[in-house]
Design a protein around this ligand. Sequence first.
Ligand SMILES: O=C(CO)[C@@H](O)[C@H](O)[C@H](O)[C@H](O)COP(=O)(O)O
Ligand SMILES: [Zn+2]
Length: 192
Amino acid sequence: MVQTTIITEAIRESIAVKQAIMEDAVLLDTIHMAAIAMIHSLQDHKKILFCGNGGSAADAQHLAAEFSGRFYKDRPALYAEALHCNTSYLTAVGNDYGYDEIYARMLRGIGQPGDVLVAISTSGNSPNILEAAKAAREQGMIVIGMTGKSGGKMRAYCDYLLNIPSADTPRIQESHITVGHIICEIVESSLF
Ligand SMILES: O=C(CO)[C@@H](O)[C@H](O)[C@H](O)[C@H](O)COP(=O)(O)O
Ligand SMILES: [Zn+2]
């Protein structure tokens, strides 16, 4: 059956990508270091900002809410936000300055040295995410990139590159959420 093949292949590929992450010592180390960077920023009363497009915007919002709401533990809120949640802002800045500017402009307004930007792009090439990463660096922020295998142009702007070993957008996104949840667990268990 065609549907059964699609279902089992998607699951098989998703497992294979996660298996490849588990066998990539450099990536595992980078996940750990990215979590430590977030812990230090939060201990220093800095904030964690997330951005992405489409499914990655949903991932940005999901992960920000794990920090600002709660993950496993009943504990104080951590300062985390996804940058796409204000549609009035997005439509105004997209309309007046262009879509590539939507996140960069906000970061120039609110980004502080020591804050963290988690920039999520499966291709690593979305212009608004690249502009965001550049603006974050100009503000003295730490940039954690979540991308696919190649890292794309994002590679040049990341302090920590979490490049999932796949070139398939949905499979990459599934692993972004897995890695994001792992980071949430490390951060929460270290701070509380
Ligand atoms: O969720 C999906 C596909 O799984 C889409 O909404 C996807 O996120 C969008 O096409 C994005 O615009 C892709 O951008 P990016 O990941 O290359 O930065
Ligand atoms: Zn998706």
